[in-house]
Each structure stands twice: as C-alpha cells, then as structure tokens.
Design a protein around this ligand. Structure first.
Ligand SMILES: Nc1ncnc2c1ncn2[C@@H]1O[C@H](COP(=O)(O)OP(=O)(O)OP(=O)(O)O)[C@@H](O)[C@H]1O
Ligand SMILES: [Mg+2]
Length: 281
C-alpha cells in the first residue's frame, strides 16, 4: 500500500491504472476510520481492481464555529486499518495541497443543499460537493462509495453526478451500527460515557415509530414527527435540531398522509456533539 500526499502524483498513478484497464474504487473519508468506513472499503475491494481511500479533513465543509480543529486525526492508526483491509492507495493531501491560496471555484447543488442539515450548516454541502469533485478529478474513480448514514450527502452527490455527467458510479452503502443501534460515526469518539449511552436511544426511537407506522397506529407524517420529538425530549441531555420525513428520492418534505418511499431524517445534539441518523419507513 502506498501513501500519496501530492495531487500530481496521484493523478499520474490513476492515469497509469486506466491505461492498464484497471478499475478504480474510491472511498472518500475524513479519517478516524471505523466499521462504517471499513464496510465501504470492503465493498470497494470486491468490486474494483484498485481501491483508493482518501483521508482529508476538508476545511471548506466546516462552519466558522464548528469543530474543524478538534476533529480527530489518528492518521497512523487509519493507515494500519487501510493496509489490513487491502487498500492500494491512501490519498492524504494537506489543506494547502487541496486549496491554493487563490482558490475561487466551488460546485453547488442548489435546493438540496439548503434543506435539512444544510439549513443549520450554511455552506457545508458546497464544501462537500467541491471536495468530492476535486477528489473525483484527482483519482478518476469508476465507482465511489458513500454511506447512507449521511443520507442527504449521498443524495446531493448522486444529483451532482447526474446533473454534471461525472463518469463515475455512486454506490450507496447501508449504515453500520453499534449493538445498541447507534450509527457508527467518527464524532462518536467525542461522546462522554453518559452521552454515549443516551445516543443509542435515537435509533431505537426511530425503530419504534417505524413499527407503529406499519401496525397502522401512527399514520400521518406530522404525528410521527411529533411522536419522535416527544420521545427525544424525554431523554435528558438530547436536544433536537430537526426531525423531518422526506420523499427518499427527492428529499421533498412530506406532510400529512405518508406515502412511500419515505425516510425519517434526524439531527440531535448530544452535549456538544451533533449526531445524525435516518431510517427508511
Ligand atoms: N456508520 C456508517 N455506516 C456506513 N457508512 C458510514 C458510516 N459512517 C460514515 N460512513 C460513510 O463514510 C464516508 C466518510 O464519512 P466521514 O469520514 O465523514 O465519517 P463519519 O463517521 O461520517 O464522521 P463524522 O461523523 O465525523 O462526520 C461517508 O460516505 C459516510 O457516509
Ligand atoms: Mg461525516
């Protein structure tokens, strides 16, 4: 396995791989790798000749008051994990390498970037679509792997790829969870013991509400949202940012009678850590 820090070197390698007719799978990450990332890597390993994992904590997707500097960066441990799971290249550029001091160009997916998480994290998705575009141009993947844990991100990237004709196939991967249901996430490392315990309740509430819906005990979107909000409010220390039910394909909010395909999306503060989750209903 090779670690690449420079863009021209990475581009030279991917060009060579394509001339040799090798397929490339890209797994973009911000590091602090966990089982969720590993599941993406394993899927990429199965489907491609060559697997590239990018590790880059992307400054342009963090707001001015967000946790860019505090974000965990256990680089050596990440490299060991990548080696263990058969990754061929780790692409780990510095912020300077990715963003020239005169950087002026951004990619934006309109509308979808301003709802849900985007309403509370101004500029976040613009940062994501810009860095993913750069990573696609640098690594030229045939397939790129994204987790459903970040469902809105997945939809936005799929939209960008469709709208702008990127020659890459986006592969959505299911959310990997801890035993108590908490979606694996690098930011879980920031949770104290008590915060970690109550974090597990979020998904269990979503599961309960899904069951109630299928038993026809809770039918309208508004009732489901209110039920979830009330249950979360009963957990001391959790603070709701949003709970919404959306069309799984368009992310249009559903109000009133629920129809499929629909997905509940939620963001909750647990102490100083922001957690997101979602479930198909
Ligand atoms: N639990 C999970 N299951 C499946 N995929 C996941 C999971 N967590 C993250 N991913 C995916 O891994 C990729 C890289 O995500 P990222 O490095 O931001 O990790 P993260 O756990 O989301 O970190 P953070 O919570 O700090 O944002 C994304 O496509 C993301 O959706
Ligand atoms: Mg993330």
């Amino acid at each position: 396995m090779k670690i690449i820090h420079k863009i021209p070197e990475m581009q030279k390698i991917t060009k060579k791989l394509h001339s040799a007719n090798k397929t490339i799978g890209l797994v973009p990450t911000m590091g602090a790798l966990h089982g969720g990332h590993i599941s993406l890597i394993q899927r990429a390993r199965k489907e491609n000749d060559c697997v590239i994992v990018s590790i880059f904590v992307n400054p342009t997707q963090f707001g001015p008051n967000e946790d860019y500097l505090r974000y965990p960066r256990p680089f050596n441990k990440d490299v060991r994990m990548c080696k263990k799971y058969g990754v061929n290249y780790v692409f780990a550029p510095t912020p300077k390498e990715m963003y020239d001091i005169n950087h002026l160009s951004y990619v934006t997916v309109e509308k979808l970037s301003n709802i849900l998480c985007g309403e509370f994290r101004q500029g976040h998705f613009r940062g994501v679509t810009t860095v993913v575009t750069k990573l696609f141009n640098i690594t030229q993947p045939d397939r790129a792997y994204f987790g459903e844990k970040d469902y809105q991100q997945l939809m936005i990237i799929q939209k960008m790829v469709n709208d702008l004709n990127f020659p890459v196939k986006i592969i959505p991967c299911p959310t990997i969870r801890e035993n108590d249901g908490l979606a694996l996430s690098s930011r879980n490392l920031c949770l104290s013991k008590n915060e970690r315990i109550r974090a597990g309740k979020i998904y269990r509430i979503l599961l309960r509400v899904k069951k109630l819906f299928h038993e026809k005990k809770l039918l309208s979107a508004d009732k489901i949202v209110n039920y979830i909000k009330n249950e979360i409010r009963r957990v001391p220390g959790l603070r709701i940012q949003y709970v919404k039910i959306c069309n799984s394909k368009t992310l249009d909010e559903i109000k009133g009678k629920l129809y499929s395909p629909a997905r509940i999306l939620i963001a909750v503060w647990d102490g100083k850590t922001r957690l997101i989750d979602n479930i198909e209903i």
